[in-house]
Design a binder for this molecule. Structure first.
Ligand SMILES: Cc1ncc(COP(=O)(O)O)c(C=O)c1O
Length: 424
């Protein structure tokens, strides 16, 4: 999508359409129910679980952005995922990638093993033989997450969709990491797109929500029926807030992507970074595919800290701008340890298969001044370097009350470099 089109859709969604009072900003309809025009005469709306004008305005905007036939706004990203799975029956096979958001992985594996809702197969789309494995699995549905959470691996959506067509399988793409501004999976051949709108689409870390966009109107209708039946549609207030956040999606992403590119070039020169994961790097295995199917490299990156896992508390405690928290995509920068946070629901073996190492750190880059973000990370690396020095000298460095205390057998307690500890 050209940026001007996305910028126009997001800025203008529902603007100046109020027929009652001419309100420029679309009103928030908190009503749960609607008056019938007359006995046994249905109006446009009847009950807000089924339909709500505020939610419809958001759905319409997201549908246009993804260029789909219909969109369903849900109460969370997970309920959007759950909704897509209603297309499957117990004899169908769902094929998922070996690396995806931990909560999605938990949903797929538990629905398959505890409810027999479908059969499940997990494959590595990064391996050369992925097409043979997909063909052999005879899937009814293929789930993609590209770039993946947390390793930013890229899957060729067009290639998977071409194969899926031959196999009569539906392709669902979780587009949370990029938003429709940077990737439009339906135009690459996918059947359904899901988002956690909690992330970039809302962008202010104050609303949990989701959306499902279908390319085929019949699939859209079937899933609308399920959304109402299951009661997974999103609250009107949350839709209002998400619509407000959506208006600035394009400029937010522009800034966030610029900041990420600057941080990545800093991290590339950082000796305490062993591996850097960011599809914008020319040596990233998915770089060329990302360039072809995305219109930007996004604002997420991950790296392995070149230090023992015991150094992680030292690193995190020394940061002042990067907040240690779950989630991503807001205007504030967040940092997370996927192994113990977002992907804790994957067991150790599944984490290892997915490539989530013990010192993997994920950054969601916000709109702060890039120089401040770099200085913040530099403080973290300095703290780890000092900690490693202390370890090497046989001192015992511990973290107490936000400061690193070094104990040596000779000196008892002493503070590490005061210039640095002042920042902890
Ligand atoms: C890629 C991806 N999909 C889905 C979800 C679930 O979204 P929610 O937390 O809004 O339910 C997340 C949450 O982090 C995510 O990162």
């Amino acid at each position: 999508m050209s940026h001007s089109a996305a910028a126009t859709i997001t800025a203008r969604a529902g603007i100046a359409e109020d027929t009652a009072f001419g309100a420029v900003t679309p009103p928030l309809y908190l009503t749960t129910t609607y008056k019938l025009p007359a006995f046994q005469q249905p109006g446009q709306y009847d009950y807000s679980r089924s339909n709500n004008p505020t939610r419809d305005t958001l759905a319409q905007a997201l549908c246009e952005l993804e260029q789909g036939a219909s969109a369903i706004v849900t109460g969370s990203g997970m309920s959007a995922c759950l909704l897509a799975l209603q297309l499957l029956g117990p004899d169908d096979t769902l094929l998922i990638p070996h690396d995806c958001y931990g909560g999605s992985y938990r949903l797929f594996t538990n629905l398959a093993s505890r409810k027999q809702a479908f059969k499940l197969q997990i494959i590595n789309f990064q391996q050369r033989d992925w097409a043979a494995k997909v063909t052999a699995a005879k899937p009814a549905m293929i789930w993609l997450e590209t770039p993946s959470n947390p390793l930013l691996q890229i899957t060729d959506v067009k290639a998977v969709c071409q194969l899926a067509k031959n196999l009569n399988a539906k392709v669902v793409v979780d587009n949370t990491f990029l938003s429709p501004v940077l990737q439009q999976p339906l135009l690459l051949g996918a059947d359904i797109v899901v988002h956690s709108t909690t992330k970039y689409i809302n962008g202010h870390s104050d609303i949990v929500g989701g959306v499902l966009v279908a390319k085929d109107p019949a699939i859209g209708d079937e899933l609308k029926w399920w959304a109402n039946c299951l009661g997974v549609t999103g609250p009107a207030f949350d839709s209002y807030m998400t619509l407000r956040g959506l208006r600035t999606l394009v400029p937010r992403l522009q800034l966030q992507q610029q900041n990420t590119a600057e941080l990545v070039s800093f991290l590339q020169r950082q000796p305490l970074v062993s591996t850097l994961y960011y599809p914008g790097l020319t040596d990233h295995p998915g770089h060329n595919i990302a360039k072809a199917q995305q219109s930007g490299f996004g604002a997420m990156c991950s790296f392995d800290l070149a230090a023992p896992a015991a150094a992680l508390p030292v690193f995190f405690a020394s940061l002042r701008l990067f907040t240690l928290a779950q989630s991503l995509g807001g205007i504030e920068s967040l940092i997370c340890h996927p192994g113990s946070m977002t992907h804790a629901s994957m067991d150790a073996a599944a984490q290892q298969t997915a490539g989530i190492g013990p010192t993997l750190i994920r950054l969601s880059v916000g709109i702060e001044a890039p120089a401040d973000l770099i200085a913040d990370l530099q403080n973290g690396f300095n703290a780890v370097a000092n900690w490693l020095d202390a370890q090497q000298q046989g001192h015992n460095a511990t973290l107490t009350g936000g400061t690193v205390q070094v104990t040596s057998e000779l000196n008892g307690h002493c503070r590490l470099n005061p210039a640095l500890t002042a920042l902890w």
